[in-house]
Ligand binder design. Structure first.
Ligand SMILES: Nc1nc2c(ncn2[C@@H]2O[C@H](COP(=O)(O)OP(=O)(O)OP(=O)(O)O)[C@@H](O)[C@H]2O)c(=O)[nH]1
Ligand SMILES: [Mg+2]
Length: 330
């Protein structure tokens, strides 16, 4: 695929740190513009070096506040430390009908600070399916990476299986819990327990943080031997910054662990396997729609099948044959 000159130029500018080019590229990807595949493909060679950190947890757990603190911790250069990393943030906007997070009036929103080209944040509005959202979140993260960001923070609301899929785009996943969830640690989806590399007990200024920590530890001890890595539990108060240093240390430690024995490579290959699968589905459906397999036709056939006038297996065979027919490559 040869990208048109305008896309090559745009990617050239964003790679050099042009924030406006970055914003424009992200919009193209987010809106699923026809140029998006060429754009992503042009970005791809400049990716792979950044560390992707997923932050997931219930609505209102303090994820954005944590992300903001983490971003600052990575941006600043305390003496003797080699931080000063550039940071990109992609946050799945919880105004989504899937999470209902819009009910929380007091949530933190990201701002892009004028004059800091080393930081860029984008909130993703939801559009279409969550599967599609997972894909476009990954795509936005890729564009941020191509712009040279060292660390990509991906905030998602973790309540269901689909959010877990989104969380799996990251190299390291933080699962954020808060005190006062009742038995919620118990009722946490098993999947969420599984994806956590680090547990963050945020709002530790509130009562009950030790109980949450104990419950996590209890669940961990029940889990079949986590052979190599038991996720640490870090307490934070994101509003004051308490515990952020410990969290950054845990992230660094996890990164070191991932860099051993090609664990990071294996993890990324696993993610790409899933992502390829999703990309293929999306592309196949796109082609099917282009060949007339749209909602109206679906409706028409569904009614015929329901009344016994049509055999669905034969229909699917016919339709896929049409999609894959020679000359139907567009
Ligand atoms: N007491 C206390 N409040 C906190 C802490 N961290 C965040 N908050 C508050 O909790 C509210 C929600 O914080 P956000 O950072 O927006 O939470 P979020 O998880 O990103 O929320 P959504 O994106 O809507 O799911 C805000 O009013 C924060 O100021 C904390 O450690 N302690
Ligand atoms: Mg948030």
């Amino acid at each position: 695929m040869t990208p048109p000159d305008s896309i090559t130029a745009l990617v050239g500018r964003l790679r050099q740190g042009d924030t406006r080019a970055l914003a424009r590229a992200i919009s193209l990807v987010e809106n699923d513009a026809p140029e998006a595949p060429a754009l992503l493909s042009a970005c791809f060679p400049s990716t792979g070096r950044a560390l992707r950190i997923g932050i997931t947890g219930a609505p209102g757990a303090g994820k954005s506040t944590l992300v903001d603190r983490l971003a600052r911790a990575f941006r600043e250069t305390p003496e003797g430390r080699d931080h000063n990393k550039t940071v990109g943030v992609v946050a799945v906007d919880p105004t989504s009908p899937f999470t209902g997070g819009a009910l929380l009036g007091d949530r933190i929103r990201f701002q892009n600070y004028q004059g800091d080209p080393g930081f860029y944040a984008r909130s993703m509005a939801t559009r279409g399916t969550l599967g599609g959202l997972a894909l476009s979140t990954a795509d936005v993260a890729l564009v941020l990476e191509a712009s040279g960001k060292d660390v990509i923070l991906i905030e998602t609301v973790g309540v269901g299986q689909d959010e877990i899929e989104i969380a799996r785009l990251a190299d390291i996943t933080l699962v954020v819990l808060v005190p006062g969830m009742g038995d919620d640690v118990q009722s946490l989806k098993a999947g969420v327990m599984e994806i956590a590399d680090i547990f963050v007990v945020n709002k530790s200024d509130r009562e009950g943080a030790d109980r949450v920590e104990q419950e996590i530890r209890a669940l961990q001890s029940l889990a079949p031997d986590h052979p190599v890595h038991t996720p640490p539990v870090i307490r934070t108060t994101a509003t004051t910054g308490d515990g952020i240093e410990a969290l950054v240390a845990a992230i660094n430690e996890m990164q070191q662990w991932l860099l051993q024995e090609n664990r990071l490579g294996a993890r990324r290959a696993q993610h790409w396997r899933r992502r390829l699968d999703a990309m293929l589905r999306t592309e196949l459906m796109r082609r099917a729609r282009q060949n007339g397999f749209d909602a109206k036709i679906l409706h028409f056939h569904a009614a015929r099948i329901a009344s016994g006038q049509q055999d669905p297996w034969q229909l699917v065979a016919q339709l896929t044959e049409k999609v894959f027919a020679p000359g139907n490559s567009s």
